[in-house]
Structure formats: structure tokens, C-alpha cells
Design a protein around this ligand. Structure first.
Ligand code: UGA
Length: 440
């Protein structure tokens, strides 16, 4: 099939490359010319494991290219995926849909024949009819352009695997006699035939699938982190507790790692966007508990700052703190709402000299946080430190030899915010170790 992907960020670029891998001819479209040039040279404008290889492979195979032209995209094929970003509004909790609406309007102006516009962007429920309205108003083909809702559940850091082998496929349409369903089933034929549960539903249910999935994932993380607060006071160990709970298949271990909490461009934003939309619909009571989920998550960062102060005797002025981690989670360079950087920034504001290190996200951290020192190597970053904080659980950090590291620092004190360091080995190497969610 010939298809396009409009918006080539973390979601769109990955989707475009994966659609080419499924055998389709794909044109990715992004308004940012610099991004388009980079993608056409086989490089993603961000780090996602395996993505550059896939880009190189399919630019070479001729099945994938990128453009900055809406007209070219509209003429390229009859199936257009929309993966434009929907960030949180600068002055509120709701989504900022301006980029999405603008992209649809600009594409619509060139749609002269029947087409399916399949939206993957995360939105508040009730957005699909507004997209249909825009298409109806601006597309020369008018009602021959159909809107399909196809939420995306990929996780950064395993985005390719999640796209090619998703755990479910959700397709939302306005009517039961949808031409779009046949088009999307053909597009995803390989995935459907592999036995992937495929749920065909209405627009609103498809839109809510994403908001509720992310809110549930956030709730699960905050649940275990709330229990972590109790553990610290009660002398218990939340990491062992999470394992005990996880053996119950109704609870499950996955997505319930205690620690510094969730960040990134999705979970925090989607949680707030869901609450904002429920408020508009007059059912804010139904999801009021999500406010507490958000509050628990924020408290994790405050707790880490408090622990750091405690370890340094209360006064941070002039103290040297090394932070391992800048990305919001391992295996990405994404620093949006990164818990690690939020903690680093706060410690800096309290007077500490903070040095951050990260295997992939340091360039992004430098741009946004010029006030923080940035050092590539985790051992060099800890030179002369009074305190080390392990805040993003990159495997690279677990591989550092604590004995060697103890010789670099001024004081061998570490707080493990993710619970993945080998505490016994660190203690044997002379470190004082605190783990978030474990009694001191
Ligand atoms: C999340 C969802 O997992 C995806 O299904 C969804 O498609 C995506 O948002 C999206 O909306 O686009 P992502 O933000 O890439 O994916 O990352 P996750 O792996 O879910 O992690 C989110 C945050 O929660 C990270 O900061 C991570 O460190 C934290 N986390 C995750 C925990 O603290 N504990 C866990 O057990 C899992």
C-alpha cells in the first residue's frame, strides 16, 4: 500500500519506518525541514534503539522517504496516519490540540479524492468529530474522506517491537459500514494474521482506550510508590513487597516497579488531560483519584530531594552532588518531565553543585539545563562528589565497579532511586547506601 505518516516525532518516525518494514511504500511528512533532511539521511532526530537501522534499510530499499510538503503527502496515497504531538497546554492541564488541527487542515486542503485519515495522536475523547468537521470543511473531496481512530500504545525504548508486534490493535470508526476498516485491515494484515487481538469500535471508545490505558499504568506505578512511603516508615522493603504482590496474576509484576516515579511526554500529560476532559464532561468525580496518583508521583521527587538533604546534613550550599540519569527512563534520550532532571534542578536551586551524566540524553539535558554540569562518563562525573544519586536505571550504571568509584568520590554515599543497584556489593565496597522505599 502507499501511505503517509504526518508528524515525524517519536511516534510518527517510528510508525513510518515500521510500515515500510511491513512492506508498504511510505512517505513521512513533517513541517520541520531539518528533521526531514535528517530522516532522509537515515538518522532519527532522537535516540530510539534500532530505529536508525530501520530508516537506513528502507531509505535504501526505496520504500521510505520524508517530505515537508502537505501537497506531496496528500497526492502520495489514500491512507494518511496522523502522529502529530498533542502536548499539555502551557497554562493548564488540558491538551494543546492546535498542532493537530492545523496539520489536518493543511493536509485536507490537498485531499481531492477518497482517503482515510487514521489518527494516532493522543487526544481528549470527543476529538474525532472535530477532525471530521475540519476535513468536511477544508477537503475538496468532502465526505469521501473518512476518519479512523487508531490509538498507539508503543513505549519509547521498545517502540519498534511494540509497533510491529503490538499486544492489541484498536480501530475506531463512525459507522459500521466503514470503508476505512477494510483499508486499515489491509495495512495491518501481517499484524492481524499474527493473531493480534483486533478490536473494532466507535470513535469515542478508541479515543478513551489510550487515555484510560495510560491513566491505569500511572495508577499502578503510584500505587506501589504510595506503598513505598508506608514501607519506609514501617521498616519494610517495597521492592520485595512488589515481587510478592506481582506473583498474583491478577496484580502482575510488570509496570509496577517502585522508585522515583513516572515522567516522560505521555503518562503525566495523559493523566492530567484525562482529568481535564472528565471535568468538561461533568464527571470529574469519577477520576478524582487520578489527582492523588499525580500527587503521589510528585512526592517521590520531593522525597528524593529530602533524602539527599538528610544525607548531607541539611545544608546543600557548596555541596557536590552527582546525578546518574537525565532521561525519563533508560534507553531513550527523551528528557520530557524527567524525574531525574527535576530532582537535579531542585538540588541546584537549593545551592548544591550538581553534575549529571547519562548515556544518551546528555545533549538534550545541556540545552534545557545549562545550570547543571554535564559529564559523559559516570565515573568521571562522580569525581569529588559528596553524594551520588542513581535516578534513571540505565544498565550502564549497574555495571560500574563500586570499589573503583569509591576512590573517585569525596564521600561514598549513594541513594538508589530506582532500586536496581547491587546494594550488597556497594556496601562491601564501603558505600553508605539508601534505597528509596526501603527503611534506612
Ligand atoms: C507510555 C505507555 O507505557 C505506552 O503504552 C504509551 O503508548 C506511551 O506512554 C504513549 O502514550 O505514547 P512511555 O512513556 O514510553 O510509554 O514509557 P513507560 O515505559 O510507560 O514509562 C513511563 C514512566 O514510568 C517512566 O518514567 C518510567 O521510569 C516509569 N515507570 C514505568 C515506573 O516508574 N515504574 C514502572 O513499573 C514502569
Amino acid at each position: 500500500m502507499k501511505l503517509t505518516v504526518i508528524g515525524c516525532g517519536y511516534l510518527g518516525a517510528t510508525h513510518a519506518a515500521c510500515m515500510a518494514e511491513l512492506g508498504h511504500d511510505v512517505l513521512g511528512m513533517d513541517a520541520d525541514l531539518g528533521k526531514v533532511q535528517l530522516l532522509n539521511s537515515g538518522r532519527a532526530p532522537f535516540f530510539e534503539p534500532g530505529l536508525d537501522d530501520l530508516l537506513v534499510k528502507h531509505i535504501a530499499s526505496g520504500r521510505l522517504k520524508f517530505t515537508a510538503s502537505y501537497a506531496e503527502a496528500a497526492q502520495f496515497g489514500d491512507l494518511h496516519f496522523i502522529g502529530v504531538g498533542t502536548p499539555q497546554q502551557a497554562d493548564g492541564d488540558a491538551y494543546d490540540l492546535s498542532h493537530l488541527f492545523s496539520a489536518v487542515r493543511r493536509l485536507a486542503a490537498h485531499l481531492k479524492g477518497p482517503a482515510v485519515v487514521a489518527v494516532k495522536s493522543t487526544v481528549p475523547v470527543g476529538t474525532a468529530p472535530r477532525i471530521a468537521e475540519i476535513l468536511g470543511e477544508f477537503a475538496p473531496a468532502g465526505e469521501k474522506v473518512e476518519v479512523a481512530w487508531n490509538p498507539e500504545f508503543l513505549r519509547e525504548s521498545c517502540a519498534i517491537e511494540d509497533t510491529l508486534r503490538p499486544d492489541r490493535l484498536v480501530l475506531g470508526f463512525d459507522s459500521e459500514q466503514s470503508w476505512g476498516e477494510a483499508v486499515l485491515r489491509e495495512c495491518f494484515a501481517e499484524i492481524v494474521e499474527a493473531g493480534t487481538p483486533t478490536i473494532v469500535t466507535d470513535w469515542a471508545t478508541a479515543e478513551l482506550a489510550k487515555a484510560s490505558a495510560n491513566s491505569f499504568l500511572a495508577t499502578k506505578i503510584s500505587f506501589i510508590n504510595a506503598v513505598a512511603e508506608v514501607c519506609e516508615s514501617a521498616g519494610a522493603d517495597v521492592h520485595q513487597l512488589a515481587e510478592i504482590l506481582g506473583h498474583d496474576v491478577r496484580i502482575g509484576r510488570s509496570g509496577m516497579r517502585p522508585g522515583l516515579g513516572f515522567g516522560g511526554g505521555c503518562l503525566p500529560k495523559d493523566l492530567r488531560g484525562f482529568m481535564a476532559r472528565a471535568g468538561e464532561l461533568g464527571v470529574d468525580q469519577a477520576v478524582a483519584f487520578l489527582r492523588e496518583v499525580d500527587a503521589i508521583n510528585r512526592r517521590r521527587r520531593e522525597r528524593m530531594v529530602a533524602l539527599a538533604c538528610e544525607q548531607l546534613g541539611g545544608d546543600l550550599a557548596g555541596r557536590r552532588i552527582t546525578v546518574w540519569g537525565a532521561a525519563f527512563k533508560p534507553n531513550t534520550d527523551d528528557i520530557r518531565d524527567s524525574p531525574a532532571l527535576a530532582v537535579a534542578q531542585k538540588l541546584h536551586d537549593l545551592g548544591a553543585t550538581v553534575t549529571v551524566t547519562d548515556p544518551k540524553a546528555l545533549d538534550n539535558a545541556r540545552k534545557v539545563h545549562p545550570e547543571l554540569g554535564c559529564v559523559d562518563d559516570p565515573v568521571a562525573a562522580a569525581q569529588g562528589a559528596d553524594l551520588l544519586l542513581h535516578l534513571t536505571e540505565w544498565p550502564e550504571f549497574s555495571h560500574v565497579d563500586p570499589e573503583q568509584l569509591a576512590r573517585q568520590v569525596a564521600d561514598a554515599k549513594v541513594i538508589d532511586g530506582r532500586g536496581t543497584l547491587d546494594v550488597d556489593a556497594w556496601r562491601a565496597a564501603g558505600w553508605t547506601v539508601r534505597v528509596l522505599g526501603r527503611a534506612s
